[in-house]
Design a protein around this ligand. Structure first.
Ligand code: SF4
Length: 76
């Protein structure tokens, strides 16, 4: 499993669940963006501290963000 260079995490967005609310972009604008379909994509898993990435996951209203670290799931 490939982990990011700094945070040592992997972030996945379930595009079927994502409703494009943009909360993750508000929480961590250097990590998430909305693509042309209005769904969240990861632009840089190291664009914020790992704790802030997890917080962005918590702020997702439909739990579409999954954060995985070296020891396993960080969120949810
Ligand atoms: S917060 Fe969740 S639903 Fe909203 S854009 Fe991000 S991934 Fe999609």
């Amino acid at each position: 499993m490939e982990l990011s260079a700094t945070n040592r995490i992997r972030i996945e967005v379930d595009r079927d669940l994502c409703i494009g609310s943009g909360d993750c972009v508000d929480s961590a604008p250097a990590v998430f963006a909305l693509d042309d379909d209005g769904k969240a994509i990861v632009i840089d898993p190291d664009g914020a501290a790992a704790d802030d990435v997890v917080e962005a996951g918590r702020n997702c209203p439909v739990t579409a963000i999954f954060v995985i670290g070296e020891e396993g799931d960080l969120y949810p």
